[in-house]
Design a protein around this ligand. Structure first.
Ligand SMILES: [Zn+2]
Length: 341
């Protein structure tokens, strides 16, 4: 393993991070039509979609993968396998996110989908010994009225699972179809119920959406790098410890940043924003955390110590249990001392 310090991934989508042969096998079993003739062809198709240069084209891939994730067994298996795979890569803690409402097409309820993912989490944790938090996503799929009820259901039930492995609520999906602030009542409901809030923002859209997310009580922003274009808001995020979940390769593939070199992650990190490095969609983007760290060192201006410091950021802004957090932080501090000796 290239980077031997404890690694943390806070931004990892279940439906974008899977073993391709498993998705293929499930599709064949379930008679789901695939956009290719073979698993290799499917890989090629994903490659093409991932480099389409648009977030919304990228999102097309999830229509395919979620089709085969409509029953309890598939969700359990895919969650368990993902945990096994990241554990093998040296990840000690990750927060895996998914949108319960995308798994109700064949009659599962959102609650049943959450319970299936939690069972996969239990099995994966038992097998690997690593720790996992689950994030429930609400979705932006168009005008906010289209799936308002499904989102409200997610906002209403997420808190019931907070002591069972779910750690917070998020909003994912397409950005910029309607103003992000249109979703404010949903976040207000989640907040009222005591659910911690994070939110995708400022990726394909500008810094104003990051401001909206912060105004809706988001403690962490999924992507959020367009905050860079507003120095005052960037300073605010630094002062208030609003963390950014940066996923470099995803940003380049979706062309929300032109190149790794032009990505402002280092600038944001250097002014004191808790920047974290994550993979977003390991399989669809064909990346691991080690790959992202390579980009950080070779093209984005970070030093080796920064990688450890950013994992310290990740641990601090994560929803790990306090005891586990202390343990991981102590190990990261030890690795940091070793490097600076
Ligand atoms: Zn995401």
């Amino acid at each position: 393993m290239k980077y031997s310090f404890p690694k943390i991934d806070l931004h990892l989508h279940l439906d974008g991070s899977f073993r391709t042969p498993t998705i293929w096998e499930l599709a064949m079993q379930q008679g789901v039509e695939m956009p290719a003739e073979s698993p290799e062809g499917f890989e090629e198709w994903m490659k093409k979609c991932s480099y389409s240069g648009s977030v919304n084209e990228f999102l097309l891939m999830f229509d395919v993968t979620t089709q085969v994730m409509q029953d309890r067994d598939s969700l359990i298996r895919l969650t368990r396998e993902l945990i096994e795979d990241i554990a093998a890569q040296g990840v000690v803690y990750a927060e895996i996110r998914f949108a319960p409402q995308l798994h109700t097409r064949k009659g599962m309820t959102q609650r049943e989908a959450i319970e299936a993912v939690l069972e996969g989490r239990r099995q994966g944790m038992e097998k690997t010994g690593i720790d996992i938090g689950i994030i429930c996503c609400m979705m932006c799929v168009g005008d906010e009225t289209v799936n308002w009820d499904a989102n409200m259901e997610t906002a209403m039930i997420t808190h019931e699972y907070l002591d069972k492995g779910v750690v917070c609520i998020d909003l994912a999906g397409a950005e910029g179809i309607v103003p992000l602030s249109n979703f404010a009542p949903l976040f207000a409901k989640a907040k009222e119920l005591g659910t911690p809030i994070i939110c995708h923002a400022g990726d394909s859209q500008d810094w104003k959406t990051v401001k909206d997310a912060i105004d809706m009580s988001a403690q962490r922003i999924g992507h959020g790098h367009h905050i860079y274009e507003n120095p005052a808001l960037s300073r605010y995020a630094a002062e208030h410890g609003i963390a950014l979940e940066i996923c470099p390769t995803s940003n380049i593939q979706c062309q929300t940043r032109e190149t790794y070199q032009l990505h402002p992650a280092w600038n944001l990190y250097s002014i004191g924003i808790p920047v974290t490095i994550n993979t977003d969609n390991m399989t669809m983007s064909r990346v691991t955390l080690d790959d992202e760290y390579d980009h950080c060192l070779q093209e984005m201006g970070f030093e080796y110590e920064d990688l450890i410091l950013m994992n310290i950021n990740s641990a601090k802004v994560s929803f790990m249990k306090e005891e586990k957090k202390k343990e991981v932080l102590a190990e990261l501090e030890r690795c940091l001392d070793e490097v600076s000796e």
